[in-house]
Each structure stands twice: as structure tokens, then as C-alpha cells.
Write a protein that binds this ligand. Sequence first.
Ligand code: BMA
Length: 390
Amino acid sequence: MRRFLICLPLIFIVVGGFLYNSYAGESNDKYISEDFDGNPEHDAAATKMLNRLRKTYKKGKVLFGQQDALMYGHSWKVEANETKYDDSDVKRITGDLPAVAGFDIGGLEIGRETNLDGVRFDQMRDAIIAHNDRGGVVTISWHTFNPINDGNVWKVTTGEQYVERVLNEKKYHDKFESWLKILGDFFLSLRDKDGNLIPVLFRPYHEYSVGFWWGDKYTSRNEYVELWRWTFNYLVNERQLTNLIWIYSPYNAQTEEEFFKFYPGDKYVDIFGFELYASTAKEEKDMKESNERFMEKANNGILMTARLAEYHNKLAAFCETGMEGMSYAKWWTKVLRPVLRKNKCAYVLCWRNAHQSDSHFYGPFPEAASEKDFKKFARSRQCLLLDDIN
Ligand code: BMA
């Protein structure tokens, strides 16, 4: 007993130390640097863009957009020698371009001439400049290659800690820094006729829960936040890219906890994103159920995202959506429109119409089953195409 009493203080120290450390390990933001101070200020063009979006947002209107809309459609693409970027599947149906043009720079970081979906970066640059010139809104996502295994964004192995290695191993840290530099160079080349930087809604490291290398299967919150802040600090503070408007966008966040799980902080984010795809079904009854499920999730998720955005003095947006193959012909007016009517979002972006595939499309195109319905949707007062915002 005496021996136990003598050992007691030691036991306290060991157990206490262990508890302290594990607690400190949780709360001590090991990877979250203190020296990043967030966005100093947006430049004039980005401020103007945010104000434009705020205005339509307040009125409950929604800018309509599509990924890669200006680069290709279901049955066409911009050829290598073409220099005009004023076509799109949406225009072929409605006569007007989408207000928001989406692009992806995945592949730029590894020195490729084309992105992961075959879009040439020099043409992407020109299309961005053209869309900005005519008063359109530009958004860019980044399906970054995997810096550890050099595979594409989907090449991942269970158990790997990709972000931790990028942050801590010099070889990968330097490599990733050189990738950020390439991104910075590209963004700096996006200028209007007067030489001013074009405002870009930038949405990196999106959908943390779906299995990308930066997601929650391969990284902790603190590591993700550090990766985000590093990216932000480099592009905004070192390269002076104050034209970037930052979107943090989880996939289908239904609760506050899900939304904020990897949130990098108010100073590093301008827009709160929500993303959700609709699933298709063969039987009519199943399709009905699937549509109802989508509407319920979208309504709840966007409502929550917009409420949180308001508390944090941000805007909310529906950054990715659609139904692959659009097999429900009235999706636009019977599924998407009711969701948009009930909610506030700065814009909605449907995913791409891949020209290399018959079935990989999320938007309308001439003679698609949903063509007529999209026309009706586009005429809704709430839906804004390019002409409506100029
Ligand atoms: C996915 C698909 C892929 C594409 C990727 C990045 O949803 O459309 O074909 O490579 O987005 O654009």
C-alpha cells in the first residue's frame, strides 16, 4: 500500500499528462498556422462581382450556369483553331448563354496543355476573358492531381494520409508549392482589356466527403484547413490575387456539423456552397421517389447553407447539380425550379454535357428529352441567363 501511495503522484503525472496531451492534441490546432491573416480586401472587380451577386440574391433570383458550357456540348466542341467562345448547348436552345460559365483547371498543375476533360488551357483562358467581357460570371473548380501518387483526383488508396504528407514531407511540400505557383501564373493571366484581373469564383478542394485525396477519408480537419489556408495565403497574399472569390463547398451537407466539418474560417471563404446530384430510376414510381428525395435534401441543405451564410455575412450557392442522362424530362420545372423558388442561392451550376459520351450529360441540348422543359425553366422570372444580368 505504501508503495502504491508513493507511486500515486507519478501515476497522476503520467495519466494527467496523457489526458492533457490527448486533449491538447484535439484542440491544439497543430496544423493551423496563426500567421495567415485571411483576405486583406477584394480588388474592385471582385467587390463589384460580389455586389452584383448580392443584389440578385436578395431579390431571390438565381444565375444559371453550366460546367464547360463554352468549351463543348453534347454533340460539338470548340476546335483547336477556333477563337470564338459564344456557343453553348443552352444557347442553342434558348438563344442566350448561361450567366455563369464553369471551368476546371485540374491538370494545369502538372504542366498539361489540356485539363482532365480535354479542354485546352489556352482556349480556356480566352473563353474566360470573353465571358467576363460580355458581363458573364466565371467559376473555376480544381480537380487537382494527387501529389503523392501522381494519379488523377480519383487515384487513392485506403489508409493513406495525403494531405499530411504534402504538409510535412519536404519533397511533396515543394512539389505542391510549385503547383500553386503554376495556378498563380494562370490566374494572373486572366485579365480584361484594361489589364485588370478578372473576378473568379474559385472552388478548390470541394466535396470533402466523396473520396478525393483531400477529403475526410484521407485527412483530418486541421490538415485540410491548413492546406486551404496555405493555398489562400499563397494566391492572395503572395501573388496578390485579390480577384478571387472563395467558395467552400461540401457535398450534400444536411447539418451544421457536416457543413463546418472542414471549414477553413470566415477570413478564407466568401461563398457557402451546396452540391447535390439527383439519381435516376427506370420505373416511374422509383423516379418519383428519387425526385422527392432529391428535393427534400436540396431544400433542407440549401436552406441550412443559406441560413449559415447569412450568420456569417456570406452568400450561398448551388455549386453542382443535375441528373446524369436527364432521364426525367421535366426535371427543370418539376424538381429544380421548386427548390430554387423556396430557397436563396446566388447561382446554380449544372454539370457538363460531355461531348465524348452519349450519356454523360447534366444539362439540356437540342433534341434532348428535357429540351422543352428547360426552355420553360429558362423563362421563369427567377432564372437568370447572360442577357438577364446585363
Ligand atoms: C465528373 C465527371 C468526370 C470529369 C470530372 C471533372 O463529375 O464529369 O467525367 O472528369 O467531373 O470535370
